[in-house]
Write a protein that binds this ligand. Structure first.
Ligand code: EPU
Length: 429
């Protein structure tokens, strides 16, 4: 029985104080992959110290890059001829490693990347990545668990309509298009702030991109790119997690390091729930004095309510006054987290991708298990609203996205401890 990491939180704390948010995991990972597009040393700053970044650094190292961390800066030195293969042992730890496919194909005319499969939030297809690269002239094969892409004569521009504004597909196609011959148009592209950040780094590297932040991206391929220094955008999901935690615990948090405009719908929900929200440049403050009122939430691609904040919306609803209707439209497995919330006494009924949550004054402490990054954060915050000590296990998931969560919570007034416990025994017949 291998030991598993746990966070124990005591219920009843009101989170009060200042918390600063570092760079966005989901941007930094792609900025690191984009470094592969130019030989030489690219430096990305404001990078969070989390395990996903460490895994991506290892992916890049195995492709021949030299990756060094100094504080919040990562320097990535890319050789003239990077490797072209990413193996399953790394890709299974980090689905985002699929985003090396576009840059490697663009640089090498060949790439072989393990198929990441699904994970604890549901099936996660790659069809749009594959079809888009095929339109740009690559021969795409899905064989023995690998996506193999071949374009010995290089990629060419194409018009690509995405069936859905997929974040990963938009990023992979963008990174392939910047070095393709001719113009690539990506329609129904994702509009997330992390895509704008990636476009900003690519543009600084010499790429020609029009329409960043809109649903139509036009990319004129160039001969080569140069390495740059780039500062990663602040993490809106971590900031949103704190904003919801302030509301759930009837606390008062000043959150810095993120543009509040990235969280417009989420903050509007908190205002409807009764919070006082103040905003300024790279800063927001959320204060809740009363029991939150129930609000309905529907997740959608940006600028809609982020699916990564769904666990926080459910946790808030479970202690709100009244019933909330929560609808998840992005991942079919996000509701797995609800089983753990029910262990804490949350009153939830689901029907397909809808959940009705009837709030109760206080949840009931219990041992629960983090199944993914965001579910883990939601359970830790829900633990703050219980009547005893809640133990959240498998918090290595939380470490993948939230640097120093337990330390921050302690500083903001919660009673929190980290430790390890033996995992549940496995029985065989
Ligand atoms: N999809 C397909 N085919 C494709 C691509 C996507 O069917 O070719 C489907 C997926 O199965 C899913 C939906 O489209 O149902 C959305 O997928 P998308 O490609 O937009 O998401 P992603 O790139 O895999 C990123 C974030 C997620 C975040 C989503 C949505 C990274 C590393 N991950 O995933 O973040 O939830 O966008 O905003 O950027 C997290 O940080 O905890 C996390 C899961």
């Amino acid at each position: 029985m291998a030991p598993v990491d746990v966070i124990r939180v005591a219920g009843g704390a009101r989170l009060v104080g200042d918390v600063s948010v570092v760079g966005a995991k989901n941007s930094a990972l792609k900025l690191m992959a984009a470094a592969l597009l130019a030989p030489g040393e690219t430096v990305v700053s404001n990078v969070p110290r989390i395990t996903d970044i460490a895994v991506m650094a290892e992916v890049l190292r195995r492709l021949g890059a030299d990756v060094r961390a100094d504080g919040d800066e990562l320097s990535i030195s890319v050789p003239e001829r990077p490797g072209a293969e990413a193996d399953y042992d790394l890709v299974r730890q980090l689905r985002a490693s699929i985003c090396v496919l576009g840059p490697l194909l663009a640089r090498r005319g060949y790439a072989r990347v393990a198929h990441p499969g699904g994970d604890a939030i549901g099936s996660r297809g790659l069809d749009m990545h594959i079809e888009g690269l095929a339109r740009m002239g690559a021969e795409m094969v899905n064989e023995h668990g690998f996506v193999i892409a071949n374009a010995p004569r290089g990629l060419h521009g194409a018009t690509i309509w995405l069936d859905f504004p997929s974040v990963g597909a938009t990023e992979n196609l963008l990174m392939a298009a910047v070095l393709a011959k001719g113009v690539t148009e990506i329609d129904n592209a994702a509009r997330e702030p992390e895509i704008i950040d990636l476009c900003a780094q690519l543009t600084a590297m010499g790429a020609r991109i029009d329409g960043a932040g809109s649903s139509r991206l036009e990319v004129e391929g160039v001969e080569g790119l140069r390495p740059v220094r780039h500062r990663c955008v602040g993490d809106r999901i971590v900031a949103g997690t704190w904003a919801f935690a302030a509301a759930m615990t009837r606390g008062d948090l000043a959150i810095t390091g993120v543009d509040h405009r990235f969280l417009e719908i989420a903050l509007d929900k908190l205002i409807l729930a009764g919070a006082l929200v103040e905003t300024g440049p790279q800063r927001l403050r959320v204060r809740m004095d009363e029991r939150p009122r129930s609000v309905d939430v529907v997740t959608l691609p940006y600028p809609g309510f982020a699916t990564d904040l769904l666990p926080m919306a459910i946790a808030l609803a479970s202690v709100s006054d009244g019933a909330s209707l929560i609808t998840e439209n992005i991942f079919d497995g996000r509701f797995m987290f609800i089983n753990e919330m029910m262990r804490l006494g949350a009153q939830v009924q689901t029907d397909g991708h809808h959940a009705v949550v009837r709030g109760r004054e206080r949840l009931s402490s219990a041992p629960v298990r983090a199944t993914d990054i965001r579910a883990g954060a939601g359970l830790v915050m829900a633990g703050l609203c219980t009547d005893g000590v809640t133990e959240v296990s498998h918090v290595h998931h939380v470490d993948r996205g939230y640097p120093g969560l337990a330390e921050d919570l302690r500083r903001l007034g919660a009673t929190v401890a980290r430790g390890t416990v033996p995992d549940l025994p496995e029985f065989t017949l």
